[in-house]
Design a protein around this ligand. Structure first.
Ligand SMILES: [Zn+2]
Length: 379
């Protein structure tokens, strides 16, 4: 068994620290005016490798009066990856089976990355057995099986080997984390304390505290990049999908949706202007391989209801769903989140053009017209 006095040998966190890399993405909250009366906010950079649109948002002066939540990307630079990393606990390790792994990344001496997908070479399998021996793992039990079932979906293992020998004993294990799948809000929550108490991940807590500190927010504008697309994408005949620009309209329930007409009007204008500027619009499934997604996209638009007619919340842990769900639970006043998916392979110039269209044709009129409605809030 591992010596309880010694730190575990598989702490990716320690390793990251020793390489001057942060596990937490300390947020950059930018605002130039008093927060209490602000009705909307801008969020960008939740996925660390989508920094071009984040920088465009940051450098734009048009919306500087609104609080912006901008995530930095030190890990993305280091790992060339879209995810955060956390150490694997021995509990997870106990339940590991290589048949269930999607991908293994081996980091040698803190740099060279070797990726193995699909077939796992014999050497890696033996290495896995060696890890089990070293960390002294016991029998599988029901608890670890459950933990593993939850983990499996996005399971990617990192090994860091300090010696040049693949059987060296100094290694670290970690799993990748998609921050935009980690924002679970208990459906029974009534107060911020109910939400924050079970939240252990720093970055998620930062996002929630951002909402908590801006209690008048009604709408969020979130910027992402879909790294698959150029914005001039052909139709994929195999899955019957057209790639391109699209956005999620995340709201409570259609029955009490008072922004419905306004959003429908602005959506038409936005998508027709994006199309006229020469970009394709996505049509089909947003991501057939992601069980959390696989939403149907209709010519660049996804209506994403958070609560069904029976009052049940969708089982999705993205930040946009969490934010609107918090509004439905009465913990915030947020009732809508727009998630714009900029084609990641578009040029920087094209991304700027798209951002300009979104702000001019969609955000500004949305704000002007919701500000002029009954909810004008005097600071
Ligand atoms: Zn993203």
């Amino acid at each position: 068994m591992p010596d309880p006095e010694k730190p575990p040998p598989y702490s990716m966190y320690e390793w990251l620290r020793s390489h001057d890399t942060r596990l937490s993405a300390h947020p950059l909250i930018e605002t130039s005016s008093e927060l209490s009366g602000i009705l909307c906010a801008i969020v960008a950079g939740i996925h660390p490798d989508e920094w071009e649109i984040r920088d465009i948002v940051r450098d734009n002066t048009k919306f500087q009066q609104f609080p912006s939540f901008l995530m930095p990307h030190p890990l993305a630079e280091f790992f060339q990856s879209r995810v955060y990393i956390e150490p694997l606990t021995s509990e997870y390790l106990t339940a590991l089976s290589f048949r269930d792994l999607r991908k293994i990344t081996i980091v040698r001496n803190g740099r060279n990355l070797d990726h193995y997908a699909g077939e796992i070479p014999d050497a890696i399998l033996r290495f896995h057995l060696e890890i089990k021996r070293v960390v002294g793992l016991g029998e599988k039990n029901e608890h670890t099986q459950t933990a593993f079932a939850q983990l499996k979906q996005n399971l990617i293992i990192f090994f860091e080997i300090k010696s040049t020998s693949p059987y060296g004993h100094e290694f670290h294990l970690g799993r990748k984390v998609d921050l935009n799948r980690e924002c679970s809000v208990p459906s029974t929550a009534k107060t911020w304390d109910d939400v924050l108490r079970p939240t252990t991940r720093d970055e998620v807590r930062d996002l929630y505290v951002f909402l908590k500190n801006n209690p008048e927010l009604r709408a969020l504008f979130l910027f992402h990049e879909d790294l698959e697309f150029t914005g001039h994408d052909p139709i994929d005949v195999n899955i019957g999908r057209q790639g391109g620009f699209y956005f999620y309209d995340t709201f409570g329930n259609v029955a009490d949706d008072r922004d419905k007409d306004l959003v429908a009007e602005l959506k038409e204008k936005l998508l027709s202007e994006v199309h006229s500027a020469g970009f394709t619009l996505m049509n089909g499934s947003d991501d057939p391989d992601d069980p959390d997604l696989n939403n149907s996209v209709d010519q660049g638009y996804i209506a994403a209801e958070v609560q069904n007619d029976a009052g049940e919340f969708v089982d999705e842990n993205s930040f946009e769903v969490a934010a609107v769900k918090l509004g439905r639970l009465g913990i915030t006043k947020v009732r809508r989140a727009f998630v714009f998916e900029i084609p990641g392979k578009a040029t920087l110039e094209e991304k700027k053009i798209l951002y300009d269209i979104i702000t001019r044709v969609f955000m500004e009129p949305f704000l002007a017209r919701t500000h002029s409605a009954e909810e004008v809030h005097a600071v």
